[in-house]
Design a protein. Structure first.
Lengths: 134, 134
DNA sequence: GTAAACCCGGTACCATACTACAGGGTCAAG
DNA sequence: CTTGACCCTGTAGTATGGTACCGGGTTTAC
């Protein structure tokens, strides 16, 4: 049993963040004191760590919310989680693909660059521009 | 010489977007009619295409703003643009790296999955969780 | 001359994940 | 019994890149 400050310290997130997670229905206090103080227990520590790990894997808070819900629902199958993970991998792959395209285009542009030229003649800008002058 | 609607049509962006670019000081009308109507010319068409191309290369509107400024400044050197492009490449590489890490982690998790298992036993969730139960 | 299409400024809203107050009440140590 | 650390709610702001709407005025074509 702990207050929000202790939970924040244990998990390394800010107090405001925990209240934000509560608004998002991700981490609810197990109880309230008569004074209104939130009370948390170890399960809240695990939940916040779950959230942080999920974020590291590229899940949004909304997605993490449904993973948490799956975990609780008795009818949830491991396959449901697997499907979400597979979707996320596809998403990640497509992001990587478009980043690679950006990198390739930028690398080619840099190859044409002669540093001392004034920007008026810069082949990078011209190429971003698509035309010779503005 | 054209109004905002024509410019929007020529460039494929929305009218509101052009007004937004104006607020961001990226595309300013060359003049105003007595009625207050914005007047644009071909240079605005090029500028908006420049913005769209810059976004495709991964630059933010702020960054595109400084590229546009470099293009205008007489003192700007092509090398300044090159440096920005190189920084952007590093950024892109680091994003790719962290996406690859996510993908790898997710792929490993999926490998342990047995679809019919209830989520209570799901190795993916357990692993995100870091512990056995919540 | 009138109606449709267009434009104006200003404000507010979308998603994402927080962060920062303000103006209070509560709790624990000394 | 007071002081400082802690907590409360509620609201607003951050960055990013727009989108949507409102109540007007303008322009254009017929």
């Amino acid at each position: 049993m702990m207050t929000i400050g202790t939970l924040a310290e244990k998990t390394g997130v800010g107090i405001e963040t925990i209240r934000y997670y509560e608004r998002r229905n991700l981490v609810l206090p197990v109880a309230r004191k008569a004074s209104g103080y939130r009370i948390f227990d170890e399960s809240s520590v695990h939940k916040i760590k779950f959230i942080k790990n999920g974020q590291r894997l590229g899940f949004t808070l909304n997605e993490i919310g449904s993973l948490l819900a799956l975990r609780v629902k008795k009818s949830g199958r491991c396959g449901d989680v697997k499907r979400k993970a597979e979707e996320k991998i596809l998403e990640i792959e497509s992001k990587i693909k478009s980043l690679r395209q950006m990198k390739k285009a930028l690398t080619e542009l840099i190859g044409h660059c002669h540093a001392e030229r004034p920007t008026g003649d810069c082949p990078i800008l011209q190429s971003i521009n698509g035309v010779k002058e503005d």
